[in-house]
Design a protein around this ligand. Sequence first.
Ligand code: ATP
Ligand code: MG
Length: 440
Amino acid sequence: MQAYTLPRAEHGISREDISDNALKVLYRLNKSGFEAYLVGGCVRDLMLGKLPKDFDVVTNATPEQIKSLFKNCRLIGRRFRLAHIVFGREIIEVATFRGHHSEGESDNKLGQQDAQGQLVRDNVFGTIEEDAERRDFTFNAMYYSVADFTVTDFARGRDAVKNREVDLIGDPETRYREDPVRMLRAIRFAAKLDMTITPRTAKPIPELAHLLANIPPARLFEETLKLFLGGAGVQTFRLLQQYGLLTPLFPQLESIAKNPDSRECQFILKVLENTDERINSNQRVTPAFLYAALLWYPLEEHAQKLQAESGLNQHDAFNIASGEVIHRQVQRIMIPKRFSTVIRDIWILQQRLPRRFGRRAFQLLSHPKFRAGYDFLHARGEIEGGNTMELADWWTEFQHADQGKQKKLLNALRQSEGSKSSGPRKRRRRSPEKRDAGNA
Ligand code: ATP
Ligand code: MG
């Protein structure tokens, strides 16, 4: 690898843009005689003029040596051993240069590959050159030093930044086989940084997309969060679809993935659009909402099938289908319980929100997940129109109305429902519960 040393004038990174805590870590390591650099996403983002999400440091000190230098240090990680230096809410991640795995090492405890060529353990220490070769994209292999304020650019990352290109270091097919998650990372950076994936880096993806099935579901959960909650979810979804990466992640979206113009796809894109807007204006989002949306049409389809095939009533079919759709999904992507319960709450509210008579409307308003359920209904309404939109509009009005207005809205509802019904008034009065349920 040919390394280029970029002086300050050529990389434009100023110490003022760097977190004080990261600077402290760099200085302390340097003072103790170690090499230390900022590397990866933060150097890339600083060159792009963006605010880095976090600052990662790399050094020739071993994790134990790092630990002995910082009181506020924790050692973490199994696949990669790392040090976390904790400064209140900010954590500076410090890694030791990683090296290559020589042949004799392939079955030792430090570095391991499985039969597909995938790295399962990765703790061989190395030189800065080796560390650079092991990184994924050219723009992620730039090292900023506070010893002389230069950036060492090992893979012409600066050109990639200038040309806005996502380009893998090394042979793309080999790099994807080593770690199939790099396919998702290519998509993530292309979407988030508004860059294009170079043809050589793009080409193997559709053929290798299936390798994602070898990635542990817990890691895929983390990766999908980064994919969809990075503020560019719409573009990310489109690219995943285009490169055949959606189905390996969400097998139940197979038919939807083939049909980008479908109503089902439009709904997911609508929810992602709202999510992007919220993230880009610093509002909170929950992954549960997104998963609820991604799996909503598979759920409807499965519930209908269960109802038709086994004669279950709508309510039971929906409940059973909810559990099964989530169960199928977690075979691929782990969904922590705290999210899956919210996913189900949102879904159940879709069943309950149409039933508004008597005290129900007020009970629903005080449901802890009402807001999420209502937002979900609204997004559905925007795509489905018709009754769903009418229902969403009703709830929009009802939740903001004062008591008097709320009563009027409920009365109006009763009357309009009454006029639609052909049954005798007396019977309706006697069994409001049944009528109510029938309206759903
Ligand atoms: P972000 O701004 O989203 O955090 P990042 O580039 O910092 O982007 P991280 O996941 O934080 O991404 O990883 C930090 C660095 O570690 C990357 O820049 C890259 O050099 C290296 N890296 C991370 N994941 C991989 C991987 N799967 N294969 C090779 N190198 C990787
Ligand atoms: Mg990072």
